[in-house]
Design a protein around this ligand. Structure first.
Ligand code: F0G
Length: 451
């Protein structure tokens, strides 16, 4: 098996090493499956140079502000702008960027009223170039793939990773191989992978089956894997938290709430928070909470039934297909950051997800179903007293509304939960399309009906 080194051509042997999350083994190289050579657990990126010369917090904040005025590609990227906390490249021209990051932080006044919290925000990662948070990690990992000389990159995906990877592979002149579970991802996401030119395989299995197969493939073929097992992905995804804190003027929110699937994103956000505190960019930690769909609740069960000591896998089933994952790869990393920040882990039902998604839509923002678990989870955390009315809460919306139009249309047409005992509660949120004769009278009468 070939390896991915920090000293590959074009990349300086400099500011980072690979560290095993279980045994702590440090290495300059990682094998293609990104697992520890000693114990087989996952790797993360560590920055030993920070011990010798700690980056100065005030200087970093000022440099990141100044870069907003620059027109160079690395400064226009809302990921590479924070490159001081990322693995360094010797030549910034090597960066593959679509100007990812730079995502808005919206206030959610209506959802705040519904949930009973005073300060509620959405960090909308669905406003990234391919419509999901994956782009923030992909720009970093795809860049390192190209620097390491790989011709092929590959991923297993519930849809968003494949869309993102296909785009960055195309931009970087690499070939992309996508493995997705047949019939279990949205057409929108599949259409992106096709359009960006990836070799797209629909496998007769679920996401967990696709990921298992990919892990076998990268041990046999010179293919660089771009799943979130790849620690470079998580380094890029850290910037979500850095940009968020910058947008909040470095005032630390009390809670950050994120959906959990394969658990890479929660791990990345948690790593960023811990590093920002270590570097004194922030003086305290927000509580980072993870919300899962009830039908794909491996982390919830891992924490409740096994005390976070071993993974409790589940057969995953949910219409929030992005998080339809039963065997999350980064569960240990996520369990660690939940504990370190004092966050909670909750599950929500299909009905609660649909309800919350429509409420976020009614704010004029919208998101995909997997993102809406955050609002549904917040409602539970408020009821439990874990989140207090006066606290500041940020929901991480991970995907764009347009990622899964079937879900939205089924909901508004009443196909989803239609006529059931719970249907009445949802009716006020449904806005079904109305078919009319093309007459002024018909449109006028409709106007009156809704007045
Ligand atoms: N939200 C969306 C929209 C996602 O696409 C994903 C994961 C998640 C949340 C969960 O994030 O896995 O880091 O815990 N999608 C992956 C994919 C698995 O293949 O697109 P996570």
């Amino acid at each position: 098996m070939s390896s991915v080194s920090t000293s590959t051509p074009g990349v300086l042997k400099q500011n980072f090493r690979f560290r095993c999350i279980a045994c702590g083994d440090l290495s300059d190289v990682a094998s293609q499956d990104f697992r520890c050579g000693q114990c087989g657990d996952l790797l993360e990126i560590a920055y030993p140079t920070w011990n010798e010369k700690t980056p100065d917090a005030a200087k970093l904040k000022s440099a990141w502000q100044t870069r907003r005025l620059s027109s160079s590609p690395v400064d226009l990227s809302g990921v590479w702008r924070y490159r001081d906390l990322l693995p360094a490249l010797d030549d910034e021209q090597q960066v593959i960027t679509l100007r990812e990051g730079n995502t808005p932080l919206y206030e959610l006044p209506r959802c705040a009223r519904i949930t009973g919290v005073q300060h509620l925000f959405a960090k909308h990662q669905g406003m990234n170039p391919t419509g999901s948070f994956k782009d923030a990690g992909m720009t970093v990992a795809a860049t390192f793939a190209r620097c390491a000389g790989f011709r092929w990159v590959a991923c297993a995906s519930t849809g968003n990773t494949s869309a993102s990877m296909a785009a960055y592979a195309a931009r970087g002149g690499m070939r992309g191989l996508v493995l997705v579970p047949e019939g279990k991802i949205s057409w929108s996401k599949l259409s992106q992978a096709l359009d960006y030119g990836a070799v797209t395989c629909q496998l007769r299995t679920d996401f967990d089956g696709c990921l298992k197969l990919l892990q076998e493939l990268v041990r046999k073929a010179p293919v660089y894997q771009l799943n979130s097992i790849n620690p470079f992905r998580l380094e890029g995804q850290k910037t979500l938290a850095i940009e968020l804190l910058e947008q909040l003027d470095w005032q630390v929110p009390d809670h950050i709430i994120v959906p959990g699937g394969n658990l890479g994103n929660s791990s990345a956000i948690g790593k960023a928070l811990l590093e920002m505190r270590e570097l004194e960019l922030i003086s305290r930690l927000p509580k980072l909470s993870v919300i899962q769909a009830e039908g794909a609740n491996a982390l919830v069960r891992t924490l409740r039934e096994a005390g976070g000591k071993r993974l409790v896998s589940v057969p995953a089933e949910t219409r929030a297909t992005a998080i339809r994952i039963g065997n999350p790869a980064s569960w240990k990393k996520a369990a660690h950051v939940l504990e370190a920040t004092g966050g909670a882990c909750e599950q929500v039902t299909e009905l609660e997800i649909a309800h919350a998604k429509a409420e976020i839509g009614a704010e004029g923002i919208g998101c995909e179903p997997a993102s809406a678990v955050t609002l549904a989870g917040l409602k539970k955390l408020v009821k439990q007293g874990f989140v207090k009315a006066e606290e500041t809460v940020v929901l991480v919306l991970t995907g764009n509304l347009l990622k899964d139009p079937d879900f939205t249309i089924d909901f508004h047409r009443g196909v989803m939960f239609g006529g059931g005992p719970d249907s009445a509660a949802l009716d006020s949120l449904r806005h079904p399309p109305i078919v009319l004769d093309a007459t002024l009278d018909a449109v006028m009468r409709t106007l009156e009906r809704f007045n």
